[in-house]
Design a protein around this ligand. Sequence first.
Ligand code: ADP
Ligand code: MG
Length: 298
Amino acid sequence: METILKIDNLNKEFGKVHAVKNVSFEIKKGNVYGILGPNGSGKSTTLGIILNVVNRTSGNYQWFDGQMDTHHALKKVGAIIERPNFYPYMTAEENLQLVCNIKGIHYDKVEEKLAVVGLLERKGSKFRTFSLGMKQRLAIASALLNDPEILILDEPTNGLDPQGIRQIRDIIKHIASLGTTILLASHLLDEVEKVCSHVVVLRKGEMLYSGTVDGMIANEGFFELQADNNAELRSLLSNHNAVEKIEEEDGKLFVYLKSPWEAAEVNRYLFQHNICLNHLVKRKHSLEEQFLQLTNHQ
Ligand code: ADP
Ligand code: MG
């Protein structure tokens, strides 16, 4: 798989604030990456460094195959890292044509990209009449005009209403399906879970996890179990080699697994040992629970 960006031991210090600490990850063509972390965790700083608007303190990053200087490489990158700025009294189409003039892009691209973000019917409307969500969609269209290899978005749904959030997420997924690699920063777990294939989790500048979203979710999970005699249930299960640990809460046993064990097998095993369950649910940690665990852990 082709590498789009490789980040190696990146550090950024703002005086006493160590905003980015030894961050390393790699972006491969065709995936959707999320940088996930609470406010102040170093997401925007990381994006600023790779886009050459923030100076790094140490470490390296390399765009594409490393044969190009950053200035040229960034011509193949589309990025929105600030609130989009367009001329309020010009139409959506005119605003994008202006961007074409500046970047030397054919006007044909304007309608193509307006269609991608669902604004083709509104191409003749003045920018000032647009909702926040439409403004954000226009910014995405603008960033796509030069058919970038990768689209970078910082908190793309911030400040939008639920419908606007949904539209932006659908558009991001659509753009990814057309083959554009995407890197987005977000403090929203469900956003990353819904939109991204890969995730880098940051807390106070430190990388807590890097890998697939599926990989982060796919631990072996746990069961919620209840029987008439929970003590008997507990003592039987605690001797089973798939069981990592057991906790009890509100009359239910939470049975955490260290190796796969399916619900039907659990049921059969317990029945064979004369235990009848009156409650059985298999659960996996959601990314949200995992994320909260990761970020609460000091
Ligand atoms: P995020 O985007 O995850 O919310 P940032 O990258 O914006 O986080 O900020 C990371 C840390 O760096 C924060 O503590 C923030 O206050 C600090 N920081 C960011 N930019 C500057 C700056 N220009 N000067 C000083 N400190 C900064
Ligand atoms: Mg930020």
